[in-house]
Ligand binder design. Structure first.
Ligand SMILES: Nc1ncnc2c1ncn2[C@@H]1O[C@H](COP(=O)(O)OP(=O)(O)OP(=O)(O)O)[C@@H](O)[C@H]1O
Ligand SMILES: [Mg+2]
Length: 396
């Protein structure tokens, strides 16, 4: 079974550098490794100081590289799917004029980047696939896109039941769709099943994990907290965090005194929030991270553990469940007892305090109109019950 590690984080924090160091480590361990850039603003070529493009190329030894070009993929690898989807769009009644062509559909580029990733994984050519993503917001839409898109397909076209070869006339009316010919339907079914498998692949806790890269600065810490919450909400397995650009404490220049204090404060905050997953520190080097020598610094300092590429943890930190009264948030809190525990809400966060240990969990939008109705600890999980505010109807 192969391994996929996806790197995400705020813009400029060092995602590409840390991802490339992982790829370097895997290749040094003798594993055939591919580093894939799914960021439209590719920069693997700059980092490895050689041309890397839309076809897989050997960088050095066991290390290979690819900068995915979604348009190229649509034309070369998935032209049958593109044709089928275009036919499907044309058959939609009441569609908007500008939806004449598939490329108008938001997120379509991300979809084909992911389909290419899936294709590479399925080929079993590589033991390790490292994915370097665009900054957080885009990564999130990239990762949730297959889910959204298959939901959309299920709503618009009754393709959920794969066994169904011919649409019933009633559903044809109901879903306002021209009956696609047999061929198109097969292709649409193929796309749908690919999307289902793609989601399973990215959420498969034995294959895929997400590693977050952050730097110890306020805005980055805030964004990292939020994307961690969303990644959990979408049920992805975040198995490590890398805190990059940590200043050496022995700088001995008064100019850095304030910076050292701030970094210490934000490192502590990140450690509080991410206490249940492994945290790795990466130094701020006195050189740019380009070329193998620079990558080897990160490999030596932060990726020394032999099993660093394995899934580091599979704990589900936050889980929401719908209950009869509203929602329940489950938080993994080993060794906590109710007497030590204080819970309060601050704006968009729920704050859980145990002694000096404090954890803020940003609440999803869906819970904005809910209030906390109680909490209890069962089997090391803190369970917080949310009920709708008076006058508000519970909604999804
Ligand atoms: N630990 C470090 N020490 C010194 N320089 C670093 C370190 N980490 C990253 N850099 C430098 O910081 C810059 C940004 O790093 P990188 O390209 O890896 O970030 P990124 O998160 O991928 O950025 P983007 O969001 O633009 O894709 C690069 O010039 C890189 O060489
Ligand atoms: Mg980058």
């Amino acid at each position: 079974m192969g391994r996929i590690i996806i790197f995400t984080g705020k813009g400029g924090v060092g995602k590409t550098s840390v991802a490339a160091a992982h790829a370097r480590k895997a290749a040094l361990q003798g594993k055939k490794t591919l580093i894939v850039s799914a960021d439209m603003a590719h920069n693997l070529s700059d980092l490895f100081e050689m041309p890397i493009g839309r076809e897989i190329i050997c960088i050095e030894g066991m290390l290979y590289g690819l900068e995915i070009d979604p348009e190229y993929e649509m034309e070369h690898n998935f032209s049958n799917l593109v044709r089928a989807m275009n036919r499907m769009l044309k058959g939609m009644e009441g569609k908007q004029e500008e939806l004449e062509d598939l490329s108008m559909l938001p997120g379509i580029e991300e979809l084909f980047s992911l389909l290419r990733l899936q294709q590479i994984y399925d080929s079993q050519e590589f033991e390790v696939i490292i994915v370097d993503c665009a900054p957080t917001g885009e990564t999130l839409s990239l990762l949730k896109f297959p889910e959204l898109f298959s939901w959309y397909m299920e709503k618009m076209f009754p393709v959920g039941k794969l066994a169904m070869r011919v649409l019933h006339p009633v559903s044809q009316k109901l879903f306002k769709i021209e009956l696609p010919d047999g061929k198109a339907m097969n292709d649409i079914e193929l796309l749908y099943s690919k999307l289902v498998l793609l989601q399973e692949l990215l959420k498969n806790r034995e294959v895929s994990s997400i590693r977050m890269v952050a730097i110890p600065e306020k805005m980055v810490v805030e964004e990292t907290k939020r994307s961690y919450m969303y990644l959990n909400l979408y049920n992805f397995n975040v198995d490590a965090i890398f805190i990059n650009r940590i200043l050496p404490v022995d700088i001995n220049l008064s100019f850095f005194d304030e910076w050292l204090m701030l970094q210490a404060e934000y490192i502590k905050e990140l450690e509080t929030i991410f206490g249940s997953i492994p945290i790795h520190h990466v130094k701020w080097y006195d050189i740019e991270i380009t070329g193998m020598k620079a990558l080897d610094l990160i490999v030596k300092d932060a990726l020394a553990k032999d099993n660093i590429l394995d899934i580091q943890t599979t704990i589900r930190n936050e889980e929401y469940e719908k209950t009869d009264q509203g929602y329940q948030l489950k938080v993994y809190l080993p060794c906590a007892s109710k007497e030590d525990l204080m819970i309060h809400e601050t704006g968009m966060d729920i704050v859980i305090r145990i002694g000096n240990y404090k954890r803020s969990i940003p609440l999803p939008n869906a819970l904005r109109k809910y209030r906390v109705d109680g909490a209890k600890i069962i089997d090391q999980f803190l369970k917080i019950q949310f009920v709708p505010e008076k006058g508000d109807l519970a909604h999804e």
